[in-house]
Design a protein around this ligand. Sequence first.
Ligand SMILES: [Zn+2]
Length: 494
Amino acid sequence: MKKCILFMLIMLLLICGCADKRSYEYYTQEITYSESAVQYGFRVDMACTETKYARYYFEQTVDEAERTLCIEATDKILEKQTALGFLPEIYIFTEERYPDTSVFENKLYTSVQDWQTVEFTTKVLLTAYGAYSHYGLAYGYANVICDEQITDSAFRMPVSTDVCDLNLLCFDTAFASDSDIATAKSIACDFVQAYIAANGESAMQELLSDSKTSNGARSVRDALADYYKDNGLDYVPSDLRYGYGGHSFDYIVSADLGVFYIKKDWVDMHAEYNPLITDGFLHSDYAETKAFFETNLKQMKQYQDLFALDTYDNDLSIVFENTTLPQTSFYQSNIHTIYLKNVDSLMHEYIHALTQPEYPMTLWEAEGFARYFSYYYDLYGIAFLNQDYNNSADTPELKYIHEYLATINRPIDMAKDFMELENIAVYSRSLTDPNKSYATGSSFVQYLVKQYGEEAVINSIYGNGDPLPKSYAELVKEWNEFIEDNYSNYSKYK
Ligand SMILES: [Zn+2]
C-alpha cells in the first residue's frame, strides 16, 4: 500500500513538473496600434516571443501563466493550418487597455479571454486567413477544431432568413435575434462539416483563405447556395465582406470599390428627415444594413460605368463619423477618404472621389457636376430630398417649390423632378452665373447635357474628350436665355 502511494506521488510530481517546464523567452518591443481613419491609437511596450506557428506580443502586465495558456491554445489551432507559409501575429492587451477585437491583415489585436473557446478559435482563424475572410466558415471550422459540434436536434433549415448570409453581423446580437443567431451557428457548423466530408479539410482551409477576396467571397456564396439548395432552401447569400471594428468602429465592410468604416457612435445627422433612416441605422437591423451597402455599391458601380473614365482609384475609405468633424460630409482628396455625417451625401462625395481633379476646378465644374449627376442613382439621397422638398417652408424664397407642387398636382419625386426644380430655383432667384451656387452649377451642367449629351460633357470636364464646341461665355448666355424662356410662368423671389 505504501509503495503504491509513493508511486502515485512520483507520478503526480512528474506530471506537474512537465507542465511547469513549458516557458517561453520574451524580449521587449514597443508596438504602435493605430486605427488611422479616425486617428485612434496608442504605443505600448510588449513582451514578445515566437513559436513555430505565430509571433506573440503580450502587454507586460499579462502574467506568464496566462501567456502560456494563450500560446498553447493558439499554436494548437495554427498547427492544423498547414498551408499558411507565414507567421500570424497575435497581440494580447489587458482588458483595461483594449477590450475590443480587430484583425488587420494577419494580425489579431484582442484582450485576455478564455482561450479554449470557439469564439477565440474563430478569431485566430480569421487572423490566419485574412481580416475579411468569411466569419461563418471560420465559426463552423472553429467548432470542428474545438470538437464542439453544435448538434441541435431541434435545428431545421429555415424557410428563409437573411442570417443565412453567415457573415460577421449574422452572429451579432445587435443585428440579429437570438433564435436567428442560433440558426446561423447551426447552419455554419452543418455546412462546414458537410463541406469537409465532401472535399476534405484542406479544401475547407482554401475556401476560407480565398473568402477574403471578392472572387473567393463569390465562391463561398455559390457553395452556400448549393448547400441551401440541397437542403430545400432557395437562397443566394450576400457576398459582402464584414470585419471586426476594433476600438472605434462597430464593424468594417470591405468591397471592391471601397472600404466602409462605421464608427460605433455614428448617428446619421439627417435621421429625422430621411424616411429610410431608422433608429439605430447601420447599427442594428441586419437586413436593412445589408440593403444599404448593396444598394450603394451598386450605385457606385453605376457611376463608374456612366463616367467611363480611364482609371479609378478604388482604394477608397468611407468613414461614417459625426462626432469630431468640423463640417458636413466631405471628400478629402489627399487621403482619398470620404467622411460621412449623413448617408444622403454619399453619392455626391463619391462623384468627387471618382473625378478627383488634379487641377483647380471652378465651382460649376466640381460642385455643379457632382450635384447634377448625384440625382441619377441615389436611393438614400432622393428619399431625403423628397422629404425636404415636399415639406418646404412657406417662405418667399421657397415659393417656387409650392408653385411647382401646384403645377404637377402630386408630391415631388426628386428622381424625376430634379431638373425642373433646379432650373426654377435659378429662375426664381434671378441667378445668371453658373459659379454662384451648387444649384446654378447643376442647372448649367444639365443644360450642357441637354445640348451635347452626357458623354461629351463628362469628357470635356474630366475625361480626354474635346472641349465643347462653343465658348464658356456663349454657353452661359444660351443657358440664361433657356432659363428665361422656359420658366417665366414662375414668380421671381428677387
Ligand atoms: Zn461637393
